[in-house]
Design a protein around this ligand. Structure first.
Ligand code: URA
Length: 210
C-alpha cells in the first residue's frame, strides 16, 4: 500500500502505518502505535503521540496519561471499551537523557506527515464526535489557529472532505496537563474539567446535547 493511498480497512491502515517513513520519527521509535477500539465507535479520542510506555507496548494511552484518561472517562460515564482511541502522531518522539527517554512535542510538520493515518481512521470509523486531547490533536484536526484554553468545551466542524459524514470536534485538555498539575487539588480540578468535556462528547454522540 503506497503512502498517501487511502486504506480499505483499519487492519490495512495499521499495517501500512507500521512501515511509514513519511517523517523521521520512525527511526528512533520502537514501533508505530495505531489507534484501537470498536471499528465503528461513535466517539473517537485523539491524543498527541504515544509516550514511552505506549511505544514499548504498542498500544495507545496505556501509561500514566492513559490511567488519568481512564479516570476522566469513568467520571464522564463513557466506557473506554466504547470509544476508539488514537493519536495525531503515531511514533514516539523523545530525547535520551541517560537511561531515560523524555517526551518531545512533535512539530506541525510531523503531525501533518502523520495526518494520512488519522484521515484513514476518521474515514473508516466514521465517529460522530471526536475529542481533540490537547494542542497537537486540536491543531491537526482544526488548524493552527485553535487554542486549547480558549476553545475547550466547544464544538467545531471537521473541515475536511473524507468521503464520510464530517464529525464534530470537541477540543479539550490533554490528560498530561492534569498529571503535571502542581497540587493534588489542581490535578483533581483538571481531571474534572476533562471529564466534563468528555461527558459533552458522549452526550453529543448519543444525540443528547445541542
Ligand atoms: N499521550 C498521548 O497523547 N497518547 C498516548 O497514547 C499516551 C500519552
Amino acid at each position: 500500500m503506497p503512502a498517501g493511498a487511502p486504506s480499505a480497512s483499519l487492519a490495512q491502515a495499521a499495517a501500512a502505518c507500521a512501515t511509514c517513513r513519511a517523517c523521521p520519527l520512525y527511526a528512533a521509535a520502537t514501533q508505530a502505535v495505531f489507534g484501537e477500539g470498536p471499528p465503528r465507535a461513535a466517539v473517537m479520542l485523539v491524543g498527541e503521540q504515544p509516550g514511552d510506555e505506549e511505544d514499548r507496548r504498542g498500544h495507545p494511552f496505556v501509561g500514566p496519561a492513559g490511567a488519568l484518561l481512564d479516570e476522566a472517562l469513568a467520571l464522564a460515564g463513557l466506557p473506554r471499551a466504547s470509544v476508539y482511541v488514537t493519536n495525531a502522531v503515531k511514533h514516539f518522539k523523545f530525547v535520551e537523557r541517560g537511561k531515560r527517554r523524555l517526551h518531545e512535542k512533535p512539530s506541525a510538520r510531523e503531525a501533518a506527515a502523520c495526518r494520512q493515518w488519522l484521515d484513514d481512521e476518521l474515514r473508516l470509523v466514521r465517529p460522530r464526535v471526536v475529542a481533540a486531547l490537547g494542542a497537537t490533536a486540536a491543531g491537526s484536526l482544526l488548524g493552527p489557529s485553535v487554542r486549547v484554553l480558549r476553545d475547550r468545551g466547544q464544538v467545531f466542524p471537521l473541515a475536511r472532505e473524507l468521503g464520510a459524514p464530517a464529525p464534530d470536534v470537541v477540543v479539550t485538555i490533554h490528560p498530561s496537563a492534569a498529571l503535571r498539575a502542581p497540587t493534588p487539588e489542581r490535578r483533581r480540578e483538571l481531571r474534572e474539567l476533562l471529564a466534563r468535556d468528555l461527558a459533552l462528547v458522549g452526550a453529543r454522540a448519543a444525540g443528547r446535547a445541542p
